[in-house]
Write a protein that binds this ligand. Structure first.
Ligand code: GAL
Length: 452
């Protein structure tokens, strides 16, 4: 009898020790269930300790930032979070795959199953409003904006893209630019080429490079990067007004102008590497960095990848030396933007932890740590500009002065259903090259699934 009681006490102490360890931020998440009795004692003790000690909570944050440039940026913000909230365990639920192609289907399954991560990444614009808010999957965060004074420091133009019916639904961490033509300066110099400013110059440059023995001067990766290239070509060919009209319902996807712009896109694709479908955006960017290709069109997460440290999985290049940038032909003066933002999921198991994460994501310290590494500029308007490299300084200046339009591939201009239809049509076009069928599918998609 006595020895059984002693065993209870020892087990109870062990349990307390493991709970205290976990409360101290150690990775003590498992308690070994020695016997049934031990389990009972453990439950009782754990409950007692939990009500006495400050609760150790956690937050599960879902994103697709696992690769070069991306993971390092996220890590930098996690460090700020941990310093500010040492008692909250951070669970990084990132799923690999550029532009969230894999992550977003995992997320959709989880949301459907009623198993949301506490906070997930979502793009400002139609991805957020026309998809998650519409499906009632997000909590209203207006109170947090009031509490943290964010309405004074977030761009006024951004708020409508994260709001519905006067309520604000996410916290933007950055502004990315989609329309950037990256190039290898050494390759251009060697071939007497200057960064092209018109489509004609660009085609001439690519032809000259081909003649000089570079098989495919334009690097591209998997399908979402083909969509990214398409939206940039559409913008360059149509101009910002007609490009915007395609998304707000006032433009005609069946017009002769769109036919011509898609024709240009098809021409551009002829200069692209044949193994594109099997390459990530980092692989494609690396072709440019190595001089195996001269150009690629990609968002400015490329800047994080090109200039970030090798230990973070990046290329460690000097901006302006190892890589150069220019507005893609026809898009000078226009900033095609997207913004990564974080949400509080409806039914989040750790809402308290999620709010702590969101406070970090919206804070000056969080954004100043994250963005210079990620290759984006702050969503906030009060970040210290001197923390940013030469490329990002130009992005800041252009964001302040350019005409701003949204990105399709990265969630701004079309709700998910519409975008998925475009993606399916694009996949067919990349395989069969049937331009007429492609344009007609784009017309159908726009009339069947417009933004509401
Ligand atoms: C975008 C995202 C960026 C970057 C990129 C490549 O959708 O907004 O932050 O992660 O995908 O993965």
């Amino acid at each position: 009898m006595q020895s059984k009681k002693f065993a209870y006490v020892v087990m109870a102490m062990l349990v307390i020790f493991s709970v205290v360890l976990s409360a101290c931020g150690q990775a003590a998440t498992t308690v070994a269930p020695a016997t049934e009795v031990a389990t009972e004692v453990a439950t009782e003790m754990a409950t007692e300790v939990a009500t006495e000690a400050p609760a150790m909570t956690q937050v599960e944050v879902f994103s697709w930032w696992t690769g070069g440039g991306e993971a390092a940026g996220l890590d930098a913000m996690i460090q700020i979070f941990k310093a500010k909230f040492p008692n909250i365990e951070f669970i990084n639920a990132a799923v690999a795959g550029g532009a969230g192609t894999n992550a977003r289907s995992v997320l959709a399954t989880r949301l459907q199953a009623g198993d949301p991560p506490d906070s997930f990444q979502g793009h400002a614009g139609q991805e957020l409003i026309g998809t998650y808010v519409k499906a009632n999957q997000l909590e209203d965060l207006t109170f947090l904006y009031q509490q943290e004074g964010w309405l004074d420091v977030m761009p006024k133009t951004l708020i409508p893209l994260i709001s519905a019916d006067g309520k604000i639904y996410s916290v933007p961490v950055n502004i990315h630019r989609a329309n950037v033509l990256w190039y290898n300066p050494a390759v251009l110099t060697k071939n007497n080429i200057t960064a092209p400013t018109t489509l004609d110059e660009w085609f001439k440059a690519m032809d000259a490079l081909k003649a000089a023995g570079m098989e495919k001067p334009l690097a591209m990766g998997e399908q979402w990067t083909a969509m990214h290239l398409m939206e940039v070509v559409l913008l360059g060919e149509l101009g910002p007004d007609a490009y915007n009209a395609l998304w707000d319902g006032s433009g005609d996807w069946g017009s002769a102008e769109v036919t011509a712009a898609l024709g240009t896109y098809a021409e551009v694709l002829k200069h692209v590497n044949s193994d594109a479908a099997g390459l990530t955006w980092q692989d494609a960017s690396q072709l440019v960095a190595n001089g195996d290709a001269a150009f690629n069109i990609m968002g400015d997460w490329c800047d994080g990848y090109f200039s970030g440290t090798a230990e973070g999985g990046n290329l460690g290049l000097v901006p302006g030396e190892g890589y150069g940038w220019a507005p893609p032909p026809g898009t000078d003066g226009t900033f095609q933007f997207l913004s990564d933002s974080f949400t509080l999921a409806k039914g989040a198991p750790h809402a308290e932890g999620a709010l702590a994460w969101l406070k970090t994501a919206g804070s000056k310290a969080g954004q100043e740590a994250f963005n210079p590494v990620k290759g984006s500029i702050c969503a906030r308007t009060d970040c210290d500009a001197t923390l940013f490299n030469a490329y990002l300084q130009t992005a800041m200046a252009d964001w302040a002065s350019d005409r701003v339009v949204g990105s399709l591939t990265h969630g701004v201009t079309a709700n998910d259903t519409w975008k998925n239809e475009i993606n399916t049509a694009l996949g067919l076009f990349l395989t069969d090259g049937d331009m007429a069928a492609f344009q007609s599918a784009l017309v159908t998609a726009a009339t069947t699934y417009p933004n509401k």
